[in-house]
Write a protein that binds this ligand. Structure first.
Ligand code: C2E
Ligand code: MG
Ligand code: MG
Ligand code: MG
Length: 284
């Protein structure tokens, strides 16, 4: 895959650190055979557009089940998949499922502008990422403007030519990009400004902190992250909005989109299509 991926992935997500070695081994086996054994399903979480007061986009989120039908969190199995080429197959599966949804449901007629798809740093480092994505879009006859790719600060801050070439090629074909989990990474503002980003997604830990801690410091932090993204001209998504109070607050701060359980959890394809057809988000 690439030479120093172990270094890059050395900082393990919290969820993974809590797992025993035996549990990690069990998940490794499940991940390895997940596609063959039909364990994967793509869910979709509606995203609320503040100006239009309805859902105009969604995020594709992968789900995996074990033999007992229990869900294993992608926060746990994606980092495991990233240690092998499995993540590339999973990424291809997700894009294909998103294209299938867009080709059969004509969601643009219902006001859905695009679907956001998470792209792993490991995928970004594959020289054929751009051509693979473009050929799936072609296969299903999907306009590239209907896809938005979410990259994280970790992948955004990898100064490799391959990452930059992938991003350049895809955005020249009209595929837009979002920066995911803003506020949790370490990339410099200048690097962020150099990327062709449409959206900045403020991480849920930052969004929720003022409402959990009830302190001035978390509030100042959130306020400043949003102001910075706003001043730089990006549209802003607040992630993890769970209450009416939080929704009101992030709107007052200038967020243009809201994603969170206050509106909807991630939904199966069938339930999602139903939700978009009705398109009656909770009142704010
Ligand atoms: P993410 O990309 O930051 O996705 C947002 C996560 O926040 C999702 O968790 C979503 O279910 C959760 N979320 C949304 N609203 C709320 C809320 O109001 N409260 C709370 N507590 N959580 C909320 P999920 O689905 O468990 O995914 C976790 C992470 O796994 C994602 O974080 C992303 O980094 C990764 N992931 C998920 N699907 C994919 C995929 O298809 N490909 C790749 N490479 N990574 C994926
Ligand atoms: Mg995401
Ligand atoms: Mg996120
Ligand atoms: Mg994330």
């Amino acid at each position: 895959l690439y030479d120093n991926k172990d270094d890059i992935l050395a900082i393990k997500p919290e969820e993974l650190q809590l797992k025993s070695d035996a549990e990690i081994e069990r998940i490794e086996k499940l991940v390895k055979n997940a596609l063959n054994e039909n364990r994967l399903e793509v869910y979709f979480q509606p995203i609320y557009n503040v100006k239009e007061k309805k859902y105009t986009s969604a995020e594709a989120l992968i789900r995996m089940k074990d033999d007992e039908g229990n869900n294993i969190s992608p926060g746990v199995f994606i980092p495991i998949a990233e240690k092998s080429s499995v993540i590339i197959d999973i990424g291809a599966f997700v894009i294909e499922e998103v294209c299938k949804l867009l080709s059969t449901e004509h969601l643009s007629a219902l006001g859905l502008e695009y679907v956001e798809v998470n792209i792993s740093m490991v995928e970004c480092l594959q020289s054929n990422l751009a051509s693979n994505i473009l050929s799936v879009l072609k296969k299903y006859n999907i306009a590239s403007s209907q896809i938005n790719l979410e990259i994280t600060e970790t992948s955004a801050s990898e100064f490799t030519d391959i990452v930059d070439t992938n991003i350049k090629t895809l955005s020249s074909k009209n595929i837009s990009f979002s920066l995911d989990d803003f506020g949790t990474g370490y990339s410099s503002l200048s690097r962020i400004l150099s990327l062709p980003l449409k959206l900045i997604k403020i991480d849920k830990s930052l969004v929720q902190a003022p409402f959990i801690n009830r302190d001035k410091k978390s509030m100042i932090l959130l306020d400043n992250f949003i102001k910075t993204a706003f001043a730089a001209g990006f549209d802003i998504v607040a992630e993890g909005v769970e209450t009416n109070e939080m929704a009101k607050h992030v709107i007052a701060l200038g967020c243009t989109y809201i994603q969170g359980f206050y509106f909807s959890k991630p939904l199966s394809k069938t339930d999602f299509v139903e939700a978009i057809k009705v398109n009656k988000p909770a009142e704010i």
